[in-house]
Design a protein around this ligand. Sequence first.
Ligand code: ATP
Ligand code: MG
Length: 395
Amino acid sequence: MQLTENQPREHVILVRYGEIALKGLNRHTFIDMLVKNIRNTLGHFESVDVKKVQGRIVVHVSDVELSAGMEAVSRVFGVVSLSPATVVPSEMAAVEPVVREEADKAPFDSFKVCVKRSDKRFPMKSPDIARHLGGVVLKHYDGQGKKVKMKGADREIWVEIREQTYVYSEFIKGRGGLPVGCSGKAALLLSGGIDSPVAGYMMAKRGIRPIAVYFHSFPFTSDRAKEKVIDLAKILTQYTGRMSLYVVPFTDIQTKIVEVCPERQTTLIIRRFMMRIAEKIAEQNGALSLITGESLGQVASQTQEGLAATGDVVAMPVLRPLIGMDKQEIVEIAQDIGTFETSILPYEDCCTIFVPKHPETRPQLDKIRAGEAAMMAEAEAMIANAVAKAEVVRL
Ligand code: ATP
Ligand code: MG
């Protein structure tokens, strides 16, 4: 079929995933999950078609939504890279004009045509096709001094011959990782700070589907503080897909802790109650771990002893992906993923309201347990009540 210059071109997004990431995972589960997540992220687009094609995923969206589609797909974990490509039938006469058009898209002095032929029914061999198409480009720019360069060319024009042929020259980096969902669910303790959204992002990158849990101490923390956490969770959904946020009423528990427990220990005891409640919500949702934004030594409660004290009250593993990171590294990720600007909005945090003047930095477990004793008669009922009254925001 001869394609004329005026005929409309069909554009797609060609998605590559990491073969290395497939190790140890069921290949089909990985790819099916990735296809599903790409489909979901484009759920609000006017027309979407996502299909598996021999080691690639091909995404069709309308031309007007192509660049928004690229943006959205680049945030899906498991995607290693993507390219906007033009699709033509696998026939030389159809490929040639599109290769010329691809060359015209950006200026260059030197170029190279790279060919990948998965469809062995195509009669020519890859090096011959590359040479032929290189000749087509040279002729197109006849007399302009364009050069073929095998290494370090200004432009690489790629031609992938599959059931159809894909022509492209642009590579956009994806975020790698594993498709969200293939590592199961975990409850993310999401505050309005810088750290916990980054922690959620990092575990989602390893295939975890987070359920967010936020402890709200109204009126000590305002509704704007809650809105801020909802906004952060919304930003995270660009990477995680749909997510539920549990807003747990925490005022009674927090007030009581401040009333009956030793002042030096309040921060840690508050955190212990958060862990207990988050674990209950995790269990209800079939989640297997808890995620926090703790980083070793960042604040008084995040010493090794502090971590032991907060981890002490739950049986589930506590995932702390930021544990070995500096604040600056965390800030850079927050900026990259788009949560930073929201995180630094000044609305108060329930932990900063009752900060003890001299917090315990080397808490001994038995002392913390003793300090908490005054809470324990009512603890179970208070925890059950907080879980029952949690508001679920679906994002
Ligand atoms: P962040 O920047 O995430 O707020 P932080 O450096 O302020 O963390 P802490 O206040 O000690 O640290 O809290 C440690 C972790 O406990 C947080 O990363 C978060 O996972 C959890 N957490 C703290 N406060 C809340 C809250 N109000 N709701 C839910 N989780 C919380
Ligand atoms: Mg905080």
